[in-house]
Design a protein around this ligand. Structure first.
Ligand code: 5AD
Ligand code: SF4
Length: 440
């Protein structure tokens, strides 16, 4: 049983995991601010802490419990703790039972109810809400007001693909697309609030579909074209895409729509057809490579990114070598790679022939070495180019600025600039993670 506590005046939202969680975290902060609470200053204790969690890989739940433990203050007191995000969705009941200091558990489709749940909790009533109603949330969120030069906009949620290793279809539910008009409106507000670049987000962002202002059914390319009509929005990106949802229209847009940046995160996961089939990926190595060829035909300078899983159950040495071969052929500008992690309730978790930890470690190291080699080569290839950089923030050194190239590389330079400005920079030197530039 809990007892009443003063209602929280300050809050902190800590987001883990993917960019969609970052977006949700921002919206939760806006909701709490709309209720009159304020964000706790850096270094200060907050009355309310929202842990916006990620469930995609191992130790997610243990991490939440240790984060909860660490929130205890020196005097033994603790803030009001709310657990949100995908761990809340998957293990909400268990968290409530095991962690008495958690007063609120709220899933990713219900966080519009956070303020009332916090009020209930302050009044002594612990609350759990993990229903997955489609779309109710967005309509209930406050209007966007201020934005950094780069903003996220969730356009699509959920996944119907059911890759056999993945919890997303269970934690985020079925694919839903937010309505066209709502997105055009939210983008307009973000741009009015200072955004110059918008990244459209979705677990399967390129499965987004909607009806435009003329009643035509359009895909993500139609949405991007509509957003690009806003003269103050300078750049559009999107992530994460599934190879099977790369439509002809979206590919064509990469050749035609100047504001659509030459960068594509297109996870392949593995470079062997047997493994891809066991993963239920519904594409093959050849169909993936053919897709990249079509995209490169319309946008030869496109920077490619991907996700990889090593050590999927049953993956042999030779099958892993196929992944290395694919990486070598594609030459990614960047990529993420993970050791396979069995997720409770997913089909792969009960497949035979799990790969040992030491083999997974070794494969991951080899894959990451290959990816790092390609990333450095991609950056070095950019040296000598002149490109736009959108300035995002000040750098560590006096007079230094940081921003991104069209290819999503971090670029630093010194000189006369300001946050939110698009400047022209000549790229003069490259490291594995960033480039230095000279203002022109
Ligand atoms: N184990 C390891 N990696 C995973 N991913 C998703 N589920 C798992 C899992 N069970 C990776 C995939 C996906 C990325 C977001 O996380 O590569 O694209
Ligand atoms: Fe998970 Fe596959 Fe859906 Fe991506 S496409 S969210 S990996 S099930």
């Amino acid at each position: 049983m809990s007892s009443a506590a003063p209602s929280p005046k300050t809050f902190r939202v800590k987001s883990f995991g993917c960019q969609m969680n970052v977006y949700d975290g921002e919206r939760m902060a806006e909701l709490l601010a709309a209720e009159g609470m304020s964000a706790a200053a850096e270094g200060d204790d907050a009355d309310l802490v929202v842990l916006n969690t990620c469930h995609i890989r191992e130790k997610a739940t243990e991490k939440v419990y240790s984060d909860i433990g660490r929130l205890r203050r020196d005097d033994g007191s603790a803030p009001l703790i709310a657990v949100a995000g995908c761990v809340a969705q998957a293990e909400g009941e268990e968290i409530m039972a095991r962690a008495p200091s958690v007063k609120v558990v709220v899933g990713p489709q219900s966080y519009h109810r956070l303020p009332e749940m916090v009020a209930d909790a302050a009044a002594g009533k612990r609350a759990t809400e993990t229903d997955m109603p489609a779309e109710a949330k967005f309509a209930a969120l406050p209007k966007r007001r201020k934005s950094a030069p780069t903003a996220f906009l969730t356009v699509q949620e959920g996944c119907d693909k059911f890759c056999t290793y993945c919890v997303v279809p269970y934690t985020r539910g079925a694919e839903i697309s937010r309505p066209f008009a709502d997105l055009v409106e939210e983008a307009k507000l973000l741009v009015a609030g200072g955004a110059r670049e918008i990244t459209l987000l979705g677990q399967n962002v390129n499965a987004w579909t909607g009806e435009d202002d003329k009643g035509r059914t359009v895909g993500l390319d139609g949405l991007a074209r509509a957003l690009a009509a806003n003269p103050d929005l300078l750049r559009i990106r999107y992530t994460t895409s599934h190879p099977n949802d790369m439509t002809d229209g979206l590919i064509a847009a990469h050749g035609e729509l100047e504001k659509l940046m030459p960068f594509l995160h297109l996870p392949v996961q593995a470079g062997n057809d047997r493994v891809l089939k066991a993963m239920n990926r519904s594409h093959t190595v050849d169909s993936y490579m053919a897709l990249l060829e079509r995209i490169r035909a319309v946008r030869p300078d496109i920077a490619l990114s991907g996700d990889f899983i090593v050590g999927f159950p049953g993956e042999t040495d030779t099958e892993f070598e196929d992944t290395l071969r694919l990486v070598e052929q594609v030459a990614y500008a960047q990529a993420f790679s993970f050791k396979y992690s069995p997720r409770p309730g997913t089909p792969a978790a009960t497949m035979p022939d799990h790969v040992s930890a030491s083999v997974m470690d070794e494969r991951l190291q080899r894959l990451q070495a290959a990816i790092n080699r390609d990333q450095l080569a991609f950056n070095k290839d950019s040296v000598g180019k002149t490109c736009d950089v959108l300035v995002e923030r000040r750098g560590k050194h006096r007079g230094q600025w940081l921003g991104k190239s069209p290819w999503l590389q971090s670029v630093h330079f010194t000189g006369d600039a300001d946050i939110g400005q698009m400047v022209t920079v000549e790229l003069v030197d490259a490291g594995p993670n960033s480039l230095s530039g000279r203002l022109v």
